[in-house]
Design a protein around this ligand. Structure first.
Ligand SMILES: Nc1ncnc2c1ncn2[C@@H]1O[C@H](COP(=O)(O)OP(=O)(O)O)[C@@H](O)[C@H]1O
Ligand SMILES: [Mg+2]
Length: 302
Protein backbone atom coordinates (compact mmCIF):
# COMPACT_ATOMS: atom_id res chain seq x y z
CA UNK A 1 0.00 0.00 0.00
CA UNK A 2 1.31 3.40 -0.79
CA UNK A 3 0.24 6.18 1.47
CA UNK A 4 0.49 9.83 0.64
CA UNK A 5 2.57 11.80 3.09
CA UNK A 6 1.78 15.14 1.40
CA UNK A 7 -1.27 16.13 -0.57
CA UNK A 8 -1.63 19.69 -1.87
CA UNK A 9 -4.66 20.73 -3.88
CA UNK A 10 -4.92 24.03 -5.68
CA UNK A 11 -2.73 25.69 -3.06
CA UNK A 12 -2.53 29.46 -3.35
CA UNK A 13 -0.32 31.95 -1.52
CA UNK A 14 0.05 35.60 -2.44
CA UNK A 15 2.52 38.15 -1.21
CA UNK A 16 1.04 41.40 -2.41
CA UNK A 17 1.00 41.08 -6.18
CA UNK A 18 3.30 38.08 -6.24
CA UNK A 19 1.52 34.78 -6.60
CA UNK A 20 4.10 32.62 -4.80
CA UNK A 21 1.85 29.53 -5.01
CA UNK A 22 -0.52 29.63 -7.93
CA UNK A 23 -2.79 26.62 -7.62
CA UNK A 24 -0.13 24.10 -6.73
CA UNK A 25 -1.24 20.46 -6.91
CA UNK A 26 1.09 17.76 -5.73
CA UNK A 27 1.16 14.43 -3.97
CA UNK A 28 4.20 12.93 -2.31
CA UNK A 29 4.09 9.23 -1.61
CA UNK A 30 5.45 7.68 1.53
CA UNK A 31 8.57 5.55 1.44
CA UNK A 32 10.97 7.63 -0.57
CA UNK A 33 12.63 11.00 -0.83
CA UNK A 34 10.64 13.55 -2.77
CA UNK A 35 12.68 16.33 -4.33
CA UNK A 36 11.06 19.67 -5.06
CA UNK A 37 13.04 21.24 -7.84
CA UNK A 38 12.76 24.66 -9.35
CA UNK A 39 14.57 27.90 -10.04
CA UNK A 40 14.86 30.80 -7.66
CA UNK A 41 11.47 32.28 -6.88
CA UNK A 42 9.57 29.16 -8.00
CA UNK A 43 7.75 28.87 -4.68
CA UNK A 44 9.72 26.04 -3.06
CA UNK A 45 10.38 27.75 0.26
CA UNK A 46 6.84 29.10 0.40
CA UNK A 47 5.49 25.58 -0.06
CA UNK A 48 7.78 24.18 2.65
CA UNK A 49 6.80 27.00 5.01
CA UNK A 50 3.15 26.15 4.40
CA UNK A 51 3.91 22.48 5.15
CA UNK A 52 5.78 23.50 8.29
CA UNK A 53 2.74 25.60 9.42
CA UNK A 54 4.92 28.71 9.32
CA UNK A 55 2.54 30.44 6.97
CA UNK A 56 -1.10 30.10 6.08
CA UNK A 57 -2.15 29.52 2.50
CA UNK A 58 -4.72 31.88 0.99
CA UNK A 59 -6.55 29.09 -0.75
CA UNK A 60 -6.60 25.40 -1.53
CA UNK A 61 -5.93 22.46 0.76
CA UNK A 62 -2.90 20.86 2.27
CA UNK A 63 -2.55 17.63 4.20
CA UNK A 64 0.52 16.16 5.89
CA UNK A 65 0.26 12.50 6.89
CA UNK A 66 -3.50 12.81 6.46
CA UNK A 67 -3.73 15.84 8.77
CA UNK A 68 -5.33 19.03 7.45
CA UNK A 69 -2.67 21.70 7.91
CA UNK A 70 -5.14 24.59 8.07
CA UNK A 71 -7.34 22.93 10.68
CA UNK A 72 -4.80 21.13 12.86
CA UNK A 73 -1.46 22.92 12.57
CA UNK A 74 -0.48 21.83 16.09
CA UNK A 75 -0.88 18.17 15.08
CA UNK A 76 1.15 18.76 11.94
CA UNK A 77 3.97 20.26 13.99
CA UNK A 78 4.17 17.00 15.91
CA UNK A 79 4.86 14.94 12.82
CA UNK A 80 7.33 17.14 10.98
CA UNK A 81 10.97 18.06 11.36
CA UNK A 82 12.55 21.01 9.59
CA UNK A 83 16.22 21.31 8.78
CA UNK A 84 17.76 24.29 7.06
CA UNK A 85 20.95 24.78 5.20
CA UNK A 86 22.61 26.77 7.92
CA UNK A 87 23.18 24.58 10.89
CA UNK A 88 21.27 26.36 13.63
CA UNK A 89 23.23 25.04 16.55
CA UNK A 90 24.90 26.67 19.51
CA UNK A 91 28.61 26.40 18.95
CA UNK A 92 29.74 26.68 22.56
CA UNK A 93 27.73 23.60 23.51
CA UNK A 94 28.59 20.03 22.60
CA UNK A 95 26.67 18.18 19.93
CA UNK A 96 24.93 16.09 22.54
CA UNK A 97 23.92 19.17 24.57
CA UNK A 98 22.51 20.81 21.48
CA UNK A 99 20.36 17.87 20.51
CA UNK A 100 19.23 17.28 24.08
CA UNK A 101 18.16 20.91 24.34
CA UNK A 102 15.99 20.56 21.24
CA UNK A 103 14.48 17.37 22.64
CA UNK A 104 13.58 19.20 25.85
CA UNK A 105 12.03 21.99 23.79
CA UNK A 106 9.87 19.31 22.20
CA UNK A 107 8.56 18.60 25.68
CA UNK A 108 10.45 15.37 26.25
CA UNK A 109 11.32 14.46 29.83
CA UNK A 110 14.97 14.49 30.75
CA UNK A 111 15.13 10.69 30.43
CA UNK A 112 13.32 10.65 27.10
CA UNK A 113 15.54 13.44 25.83
CA UNK A 114 18.69 11.55 26.76
CA UNK A 115 17.43 8.44 24.99
CA UNK A 116 16.23 10.16 21.84
CA UNK A 117 19.46 12.17 21.68
CA UNK A 118 21.45 8.97 21.79
CA UNK A 119 19.28 7.49 19.06
CA UNK A 120 19.69 10.35 16.57
CA UNK A 121 23.39 10.83 17.30
CA UNK A 122 24.01 7.21 16.43
CA UNK A 123 21.65 7.39 13.45
CA UNK A 124 23.86 10.11 12.00
CA UNK A 125 27.15 8.60 13.07
CA UNK A 126 27.92 11.38 15.52
CA UNK A 127 28.62 9.32 18.68
CA UNK A 128 32.36 9.83 18.52
CA UNK A 129 32.14 13.62 18.35
CA UNK A 130 29.03 14.02 20.50
CA UNK A 131 30.86 15.49 23.48
CA UNK A 132 33.03 17.90 21.56
CA UNK A 133 32.01 21.53 21.36
CA UNK A 134 30.30 22.29 18.10
CA UNK A 135 32.77 25.06 17.30
CA UNK A 136 35.35 22.33 16.62
CA UNK A 137 33.07 20.63 14.07
CA UNK A 138 33.63 20.66 10.31
CA UNK A 139 30.86 21.91 8.02
CA UNK A 140 29.77 18.35 7.31
CA UNK A 141 29.53 17.48 11.01
CA UNK A 142 27.50 20.61 11.67
CA UNK A 143 25.11 19.74 8.91
CA UNK A 144 24.67 16.25 10.33
CA UNK A 145 24.09 17.72 13.78
CA UNK A 146 21.44 20.04 12.37
CA UNK A 147 19.79 17.00 10.83
CA UNK A 148 20.04 15.11 14.14
CA UNK A 149 18.35 18.00 15.94
CA UNK A 150 15.51 18.04 13.42
CA UNK A 151 14.99 14.30 13.95
CA UNK A 152 14.95 14.20 17.71
CA UNK A 153 11.19 14.65 17.76
CA UNK A 154 10.88 11.46 15.63
CA UNK A 155 9.08 13.16 12.73
CA UNK A 156 7.09 11.25 10.13
CA UNK A 157 8.15 13.82 7.56
CA UNK A 158 11.46 15.61 7.45
CA UNK A 159 11.54 18.85 5.48
CA UNK A 160 15.01 19.59 4.20
CA UNK A 161 15.38 23.11 3.00
CA UNK A 162 17.60 24.39 0.25
CA UNK A 163 20.07 21.82 -1.04
CA UNK A 164 21.10 20.32 2.28
CA UNK A 165 24.42 18.98 1.04
CA UNK A 166 25.58 22.01 -0.94
CA UNK A 167 29.01 23.25 0.02
CA UNK A 168 30.11 20.03 1.66
CA UNK A 169 33.24 18.19 0.62
CA UNK A 170 32.50 15.10 -1.47
CA UNK A 171 32.90 12.55 1.31
CA UNK A 172 30.72 14.50 3.78
CA UNK A 173 28.18 14.86 1.04
CA UNK A 174 28.08 11.14 0.39
CA UNK A 175 27.82 10.47 4.12
CA UNK A 176 24.88 12.83 4.44
CA UNK A 177 23.16 11.25 1.45
CA UNK A 178 23.66 7.87 3.05
CA UNK A 179 22.20 9.13 6.33
CA UNK A 180 19.14 10.45 4.47
CA UNK A 181 18.68 7.12 2.68
CA UNK A 182 18.87 5.33 6.03
CA UNK A 183 16.19 7.61 7.45
CA UNK A 184 13.85 6.73 4.65
CA UNK A 185 14.65 3.03 5.04
CA UNK A 186 13.65 3.39 8.69
CA UNK A 187 10.30 4.98 7.92
CA UNK A 188 10.85 8.75 7.88
CA UNK A 189 9.68 10.44 4.71
CA UNK A 190 11.77 13.25 3.34
CA UNK A 191 10.91 16.24 1.20
CA UNK A 192 13.89 18.23 0.06
CA UNK A 193 13.98 21.41 -1.91
CA UNK A 194 16.82 22.01 -4.27
CA UNK A 195 17.93 23.88 -7.35
CA UNK A 196 20.53 21.24 -8.04
CA UNK A 197 19.93 18.16 -10.05
CA UNK A 198 22.58 15.87 -8.76
CA UNK A 199 21.15 15.87 -5.27
CA UNK A 200 17.68 15.05 -6.56
CA UNK A 201 19.04 12.40 -8.89
CA UNK A 202 21.03 10.77 -6.08
CA UNK A 203 18.31 10.71 -3.47
CA UNK A 204 14.85 11.10 -4.84
CA UNK A 205 12.30 8.47 -5.79
CA UNK A 206 10.05 11.29 -6.93
CA UNK A 207 11.00 14.60 -8.47
CA UNK A 208 8.45 17.39 -8.64
CA UNK A 209 9.49 20.37 -10.70
CA UNK A 210 7.77 23.63 -9.90
CA UNK A 211 7.90 27.09 -11.34
CA UNK A 212 5.78 30.19 -10.86
CA UNK A 213 4.03 28.46 -7.99
CA UNK A 214 2.83 25.49 -10.03
CA UNK A 215 3.91 21.96 -10.71
CA UNK A 216 5.18 21.69 -14.26
CA UNK A 217 6.49 18.12 -14.20
CA UNK A 218 6.45 15.19 -11.84
CA UNK A 219 7.85 11.68 -11.94
CA UNK A 220 10.75 9.46 -10.99
CA UNK A 221 14.16 10.68 -12.14
CA UNK A 222 14.08 7.86 -14.72
CA UNK A 223 10.65 8.87 -15.97
CA UNK A 224 11.72 12.45 -16.32
CA UNK A 225 14.79 11.39 -18.27
CA UNK A 226 12.76 9.00 -20.43
CA UNK A 227 10.41 11.85 -21.24
CA UNK A 228 13.07 13.44 -23.35
CA UNK A 229 14.82 10.24 -24.35
CA UNK A 230 18.07 11.79 -23.33
CA UNK A 231 19.84 13.24 -20.37
CA UNK A 232 18.36 16.66 -20.97
CA UNK A 233 14.72 17.37 -20.35
CA UNK A 234 13.06 20.47 -21.56
CA UNK A 235 9.70 21.34 -20.12
CA UNK A 236 7.81 24.07 -21.88
CA UNK A 237 4.72 25.11 -20.04
CA UNK A 238 2.33 27.59 -21.54
CA UNK A 239 -0.47 29.62 -19.99
CA UNK A 240 -2.82 26.65 -19.58
CA UNK A 241 -3.00 24.57 -16.41
CA UNK A 242 -0.03 22.26 -15.98
CA UNK A 243 -0.44 18.86 -17.57
CA UNK A 244 2.06 16.52 -15.93
CA UNK A 245 4.66 14.47 -17.69
CA UNK A 246 3.96 12.19 -20.59
CA UNK A 247 1.17 14.37 -21.81
CA UNK A 248 1.72 17.89 -22.94
CA UNK A 249 4.50 18.98 -20.66
CA UNK A 250 7.72 18.63 -22.55
CA UNK A 251 6.04 18.66 -25.90
CA UNK A 252 3.39 21.28 -25.43
CA UNK A 253 2.75 24.36 -27.40
CA UNK A 254 5.07 27.16 -26.61
CA UNK A 255 3.07 30.19 -25.70
CA UNK A 256 4.34 33.69 -25.34
CA UNK A 257 5.09 33.07 -21.70
CA UNK A 258 7.00 29.89 -22.42
CA UNK A 259 10.34 29.33 -20.88
CA UNK A 260 12.67 26.40 -20.78
CA UNK A 261 13.64 24.05 -18.01
CA UNK A 262 16.59 21.83 -18.48
CA UNK A 263 16.68 18.75 -16.35
CA UNK A 264 20.22 17.60 -16.66
CA UNK A 265 21.09 14.62 -14.52
CA UNK A 266 24.49 13.60 -13.32
CA UNK A 267 26.71 12.88 -16.25
CA UNK A 268 29.44 15.40 -16.07
CA UNK A 269 28.46 18.57 -17.82
CA UNK A 270 25.78 20.56 -16.13
CA UNK A 271 26.49 18.93 -12.80
CA UNK A 272 25.43 21.09 -9.91
CA UNK A 273 23.98 23.73 -12.16
CA UNK A 274 20.59 25.16 -11.39
CA UNK A 275 17.66 23.34 -12.89
CA UNK A 276 16.50 25.89 -15.33
CA UNK A 277 17.88 28.29 -17.80
CA UNK A 278 15.60 30.88 -19.15
CA UNK A 279 16.33 31.19 -22.82
CA UNK A 280 16.91 34.77 -23.72
CA UNK A 281 14.43 36.36 -21.35
CA UNK A 282 16.26 38.54 -18.92
CA UNK A 283 15.57 37.87 -15.25
CA UNK A 284 14.16 41.33 -14.75
CA UNK A 285 11.53 40.90 -17.46
CA UNK A 286 10.15 37.64 -16.11
CA UNK A 287 8.91 39.11 -12.86
CA UNK A 288 10.10 42.55 -11.94
CA UNK A 289 9.05 41.92 -8.33
CA UNK A 290 11.35 38.94 -8.06
CA UNK A 291 14.45 40.67 -9.16
CA UNK A 292 14.10 43.40 -6.57
CA UNK A 293 12.78 41.48 -3.60
CA UNK A 294 15.36 39.70 -1.48
CA UNK A 295 14.89 35.94 -1.43
CA UNK A 296 14.04 34.53 1.96
CA UNK A 297 16.87 32.58 3.51
CA UNK A 298 16.47 29.21 5.20
CA UNK A 299 16.69 31.04 8.50
CA UNK A 300 13.50 32.93 7.64
CA UNK A 301 11.63 29.68 7.48
CA UNK A 302 12.54 28.58 10.94
N1 LIG B 1 7.70 36.93 2.74
C1 LIG B 1 7.61 37.28 1.47
N2 LIG B 1 7.20 38.52 1.10
C2 LIG B 1 7.08 38.87 -0.19
N3 LIG B 1 7.34 38.05 -1.22
C3 LIG B 1 7.76 36.82 -0.95
C4 LIG B 1 7.91 36.37 0.41
N4 LIG B 1 8.33 35.08 0.38
C5 LIG B 1 8.44 34.76 -0.92
N5 LIG B 1 8.10 35.79 -1.71
C6 LIG B 1 8.06 35.77 -3.19
O1 LIG B 1 7.33 34.62 -3.57
C7 LIG B 1 7.95 34.00 -4.70
C8 LIG B 1 8.34 32.58 -4.34
O2 LIG B 1 9.41 32.63 -3.41
P1 LIG B 1 10.06 31.35 -2.75
O3 LIG B 1 8.98 30.46 -2.24
O4 LIG B 1 11.05 31.82 -1.77
O5 LIG B 1 10.78 30.66 -3.98
P2 LIG B 1 11.99 29.61 -4.01
O6 LIG B 1 12.17 29.08 -2.62
O7 LIG B 1 11.56 28.58 -5.00
O8 LIG B 1 13.19 30.36 -4.47
C9 LIG B 1 9.10 34.88 -5.07
O9 LIG B 1 8.67 35.78 -6.08
C10 LIG B 1 9.42 35.61 -3.80
O10 LIG B 1 10.05 36.85 -4.05
MG1 LIG C 1 13.89 29.08 -1.45
Amino acid sequence: MTENIIVAEDLVKRFGKVQALDGLDMTARSGHVTALLGPNGAGKTTFVRALATLLRADGGSLWVAGIDVARHPEQVRQVIGLAGQRAAVESTLSGRENVRMVARLFGQSSRQAAASTLRVLSQLGLEDVADRRVKTYSGGLRRRLDLAASLVGAPRLLLLLDEPTAGLDPSSRIQLWEAIRQLVANGTDVLLTTQYLEEADQLAGQVTIIDHGRVIANGTPTELKALAGSDVIEVRPHRARPTGIGRRAGRGRVGRAAHRHRYQPRNGAGRDRPVSHYGSRPESRRDPGRARRPQPTPTDAR
